[in-house]
Design a protein around this ligand. Structure first.
Ligand SMILES: O[C@H]1[C@H](O)[C@@H](O)[C@H](O)[C@@H](O)[C@H]1O
Length: 607
């Protein structure tokens, strides 16, 4: 019986999905457009407006996490920041995001999605203002903490809100647009960093303060936008929910959809055994499995090293011989742009190939490109130029840097850099010397204390070594972004927004977003140490193995949710998922739910 109902719902839903064949058949049979057809053709602009204003939260998430690297270059000079303070200013935002994402689950359940988005944009605006007027590093810290609180709430609320207001055939695409806005925010931040890095003073105030503009835009927009109809129904505001649903669907008949939400809310109410939501999620097998899948995806997203690769992109590019600082900033902007463009590919693919195939292809490609990156670093390390020149400067005698025999070991010590000359294509007269405490672009003493002096044939390499294998590293970087950005970038957010039943949605998303931010902090804080112990190629081999592990996880645990109504997705987690491969019990589950019909490239294609 249960299975029959499941079949009917999927059939109903499938007829709502726009495919040339079903639209045409309806017209031929009835001659009069049905309400289903109207839904197809009239995906109302209102849904896009809602998605746009919500995704501004994603933009701010991307902007505020991306802008700091460029701002830091100026801040450390103008505010005389020690490396501890620099690290604090970067990581406090991510740490605060982790905490507020976790708290966001509670706030979402209590006050609704709309209030939480309003709250996040208010916090973003406040944070931007604090940062742009800061006169001391303590105030800066306070501003960075504030924006972190905004990022955490936005990162878990926005995907949920978009998923809840979208029609199912567009849901994946619209939620993925939020990640497009995240990567768009990171790209805009890198351009803003580039532009304001030319200002002699206070460029960082503009960089950090500009986030107020989208924040105020989002706040003003959301004053007029509605609450999610699903949350309204769950909180007993039935009439309002019906009104909002029909407004969002452009006035077409929403009775079917409304009834399906209502019956699932009622079922949940009757089944509800009480106790804290997290406990109920863990105690009920389908939601427990959903939580494992959601948190696992978020964990593997971060463990495959996206933020390290993005952060490290400027150095990777410098390895290829770009010495000029401004040039490196612009090339880092090109990396962010590549990330953005490939996320766009994800928006295009998600409703065509589905979440599962997209994630599988993406994580496999990510693992392989991390291997390419690692191989590039390995070859560069093996060809690392030796130290051939030992300056007599007395201030260098006590430095550990002078003990290193090769550029590779010199570069792995954050206190040292490599000063070298070039004769044709070979490195000559190279020395390992301490880096200046105030500015990593120069050495503390010796020939490179004035930075790069290309006219004198002298070069300063901090954090990298001159190598002829840099093209392999560059290739690895581009491949990495091409594979990661369409799938592993957006899918963890998209999948999480849809796999939990309504009663568990806020808490489930809060936990998985929390896992994302915690793993983000872990990876970025440990990267330098990992690189020191394992060297760069070791670190990237490690990320590659973690991504490979992620592939196995996705293969065994992630069901396809494309095209299903939110209320139907719970059934996908009703059977054991994680012990099976694509042909295991998951395959059985798929054919039951879909009645074994594989047509239209719909929900069945992953058996
Ligand atoms: O999905 C996003 C995206 O991939 C970003 O580029 C990355 O910085 C974030 O950490 C991630 O959550």
């Amino acid at each position: 019986m249960e299975e029959l109902i499941g079949d009917r719902r999927v059939e109903d839903e499938r007829s709502l999905i726009k495919t040339p064949s079903n639209v045409q058949t309806n017209y031929q049979e009835n001659d009069v457009p049905t309400s289903t057809d109207q839904i197809q053709h009239a995906t109302p602009c209102f849904v896009y407006t809602l998605a746009f204003f919500s995704a501004l939260g994603g933009f701010l998430f991307g902007y505020d996490t991306g802008v700091v690297s460029g701002a830091m270059l100026l801040l450390k000079r103008e505010m005389n920041l020690s490396s501890l303070w620099q690290e604090l200013l970067v990581s406090i935002t991510v740490g605060a995001a982790a905490l507020s994402a976790l708290a966001g689950g509670f706030l979402n359940g209590l006050f609704g999605r709309r209030i939480c988005i309003l709250l996040a944009s208010f916090i973003f605006s406040a944070g931007g203002i604090i940062l742009s007027v800061a006169q001391s590093k303590e105030v800066l810290l306070c501003g960075r903490l504030t924006v972190g609180l905004g990022i955490g709430i936005a990162s878990m609320t926005v995907p949920v809100y978009i998923a809840e207001v979208s029609p199912s055939h567009l849901r994946g695409q619209l939620v993925t647009i939020n990640t497009l806005f995240i990567t768009g925010g990171q790209f805009v931040a890198s351009v803003v960093d580039g532009v304001f890095s030319y200002l002699p003073h206070d460029g960082w105030r503009y960089m950090l303060g500009l986030s107020v503009v989208p924040a105020v835009l989002q706040f003003s927009g959301f004053l007029f936008l509605p609450e999610s109809p699903r949350w309204l129904l769950q909180n007993g505001e039935t009439q309002k929910a019906r009104l909002v649903l029909s407004q969002i669907r452009g006035g077409v008949d929403v009775e079917d959809e409304f009834e399906s939400i209502r019956s699932s809310v009622e079922e949940e109410r009757n089944d509800s055994s009480g106790g804290p939501v997290l406990w109920r999620i863990l105690a009920y097998a389908p939601t427990r499995r959903a939580l494992i899948v959601g948190c696992g995806l978020q964990m593997f997203q971060q463990l495959s090293g996206i933020n390290t690769v993005m952060y490290y992109s400027a150095t990777i590019i410098q390895m290829s011989g770009v010495q000029d600082d401004h040039m490196a900033i612009w090339l880092a902007a090109a990396t962010a742009f590549t990330n953005f463009m490939f996320t766009l590919v994800g928006v295009w693919l998600v409703e065509r190939v589905g979440r599962r195939k997209l994630t599988l292809g993406s994580i496999l490609g990510t693992a392989v490109s991390l291997m390419v990156l690692a191989a590039g670093f390995l070859l560069s390390a093996q060809a690392s130029p030796p130290v051939t020149f030992h300056p007599r400067d007395s201030s260098l005698h006590n430095s550990t840097c002078t003990h290193y025999g090769f550029c590779e070991s010199c570069m792995l010590d954050p206190a040292c850099g490599f000063c070298y000359g070039v004769n044709g294509t070979s490195v000559v007269e190279s020395s390992c010397v301490p880096v200046s405490a105030a500015n990593t672009e120069t050495s503390a003493a010796g020939r490179c204390s004035n930075g790069t002096q290309e006219s004198a044939g002298l070069f300063w390499a901090y954090n990298y070594c001159p190598t002829s294998y840099s093209w392999i590293v560059l290739l690895g970087l581009v491949l990495y972004l091409a594979f990661f950005a369409p799938g592993m970038g957006p899918m963890p957010w998209t999948v999480n927004s849809e796999i939990y039943p309504l009663w568990a949605r806020s808490t489930g998303n809060a936990c998985s977003a929390g896992v994302n931010w915690i793993c983000n902090v872990l990876v970025s804080l440990t990267f330098l140490h990992v690189a020191q112990y394992l060297t760069y190629y070791g670190a990237f081999f490690l990320y590659s193995s973690l991504a490979a592990l992620g592939f196995v996880f996705v293969l065994g645990c992630l069901p396809e949710t494309k095209g299903l109504r939110l209320e139907e997705i719970e059934s996908r987690f009703g059977r054991r998922l994680c012990s099976c491969g694509a042909g295991g019990s998951q395959g059985v589950l798929y054919s039951r739910v879909t009645g074994g019909n594989h047509s239209d490239g719909d929900v069945t294609d992953d058996e």
